[in-house]
Each structure stands twice: as structure tokens, then as C-alpha cells.
Design a protein around this ligand. Sequence first.
Ligand code: TYC
Length: 106
Amino acid sequence: MAGATPPGEGDTGVVVETRQKTKRPPLYKVLLLNDDYTPMEFVVHVLERFFGMSHAQAFEVMLTVHKKGVAVVGVFSHEIAETKVGQVMDFARRHQHPLQCTMEKE
Ligand code: TYC
């Protein structure tokens, strides 16, 4: 049809730009909590095993939790964070330690 309205233009002659918003998926912090009973070596092992830390790094993070009460041990997508929390809680429970691991939106 002659004189058709160009794409992106209504019959007002005003071009409305629609910018595609690419949303990043939300990230979640995985937190490890201190308690009085879980052995330090067990926590170090958890950090090495489930969070890929070196022994030195795991020891340092464990000490931070021990002194401050809590520390962020990683930041992940919802699904990965949920998996890590589940793995830690399950491993701790199987070894009868009261270690607590939680997640919260960043
Ligand atoms: N506070 C514990 C102890 O003295 C060690 C510990 C560290 C426990 C970190 C939990 O997330 C934790 N044996």
C-alpha cells in the first residue's frame, strides 16, 4: 500500500523506540554460619570439597566464620546456590555436625 506507516511508527509520526531489556538472573550468596560444635577441620574440608577452595583459602574462610559468626562462601545462580546449601547440610547431617549453611539474594 502506498504511503504505509514505517515500522516502529504509529500514525502519529512519532517513532517509539523499544529497547530490549536483557535481565541478568539474580545471584544468591551462600553463607556459612558458626557454631560451637562442628570441628574446624570438618568446615575446612567442606569448603575444599563443595566450594573448590585451596586448603589455605578454606582455612582462612573457616577462621573468618569462627571469629565473625558468618561469612559468604560463594555467589551463585539460584539453582547452584540451592544445590550447594543442600550438599553442605546433607554432608554435615550425615556426619552429625550442627553446621548450618543458608542462602540469600544478593
Ligand atoms: N566454632 C567451631 C569450633 O570452634 C568451628 C567452626 C567454624 C564451626 C566455622 C562452624 O561454620 C563454622 N570448633
